[in-house]
Design a protein around this ligand. Structure first.
Ligand SMILES: *Cc1c(COP(=O)(O)O)cnc(C)c1O
Length: 246
């Protein structure tokens, strides 16, 4: 099997899973966007997926964003940043075409982004990353602190809040995983009720290769899929998720 065929088959399979999950939940499949989680995946392999008609990719590391930037230019796509962002790397995500930061998780990062964006007279879409699993090893604002972060970020006119993002608990217990996604959905409703001016909370980015069905059932509008399309990664996810947080 060619690499192209492999990717194309895998994407077909993920699309079928998304459609089935939507139908089971009484939702329209168009309500859910598929984001390619491309950490460790070489640009040439990402290109094969983009050529299958996918348009949205998510990178976790600034270094990879830079390395793949040129090679991906010829294929139209939208780029989100889904990893932990250090404040000294802000200028890079702006330079390398990120249209949405899905991992805004602290006021300090928002303030630095705002300063930088003001200077360049630009705006950026953001999702607030919430830690719904209470695992110490994951980034994200605790749910009970989300409203105050949203209120403060709403005051910064360079940042457009579009929704929430979470990483579900890693567990074989589907109910516990589902509870994380239900938590994010409930939080979205609470925040909408709070009617913070200028804030849109339409997007719920949740669900990955192993748990996208649970996420879609709970209301996901963006699922982020890596392994199920590109195959196993050589680095453990802890390399991406736990850095600088020990
Ligand atoms: C790696 C990653 C994904 C995709 O995970 P898979 O299990 O490979 O589908 C989704 N979201 C984030 C934030 C990631 O780092």
């Amino acid at each position: 099997m060619t690499e192209e065929q492999y990717i194309s088959d895998r994407i077909g399979e993920i699309r079928r899973r998304i459609v089935a999950a939507c139908l089971a939940a009484g939702r329209h499949p168009d309500e859910v966007q598929l984001l390619l989680a491309t950490k460790t995946v070489p640009a040439a392999r990402i290109m094969l997926a983009l050529q299958q008609g996918l348009r949205l990719i998510g990178e976790n590391k600034v270094q990879e964003l830079k390395e793949k930037y040129e090679a991906l230019q010829s294929q139209p796509h939208e780029k989100h940043f889904i990893g932990h962002l250090q404040t000294n790397k802000i200028k890079d995500i702006l330079k390398y075409g990120v249209s949405c930061l899905q991992s805004l998780d602290r006021i300090e990062l928002a303030e630095k982004l705002h300063q930088r964006l003001q200077v360049s007279e630009r705006q950026l879409d953001v999702l607030i990353q919430v830690n719904t699993s209470a695992e110490d090893s994951k980034f994200g604002v605790p749910p009970e602190e989300a409203l105050s972060l949203v209120q403060r970020v709403a005051g910064m006119d360079t940042l457009r809040i579009k929704g929430l993002m979470t990483i579900g608990l890693f567990s074989a217990d589907k109910e516990k995983v589902r509870a994380c996604f239900d938590r994010l959905k409930a939080l979205q409703q609470e925040l909408i009720q709070a009617r913070v001016p200028g804030v849109e909370l339409r997007e719920l980015s949740m669900g990955m290769s192993g748990d996208l069905e649970e996420a879609i059932a709970a209301g996901a509008t963006i699922v982020r899929v890596g392994t199920a399309i590109f195959g196993q990664r050589i680095y453990p996810d802890s390399y991406y998720w736990n850095e600088h947080k020990a």
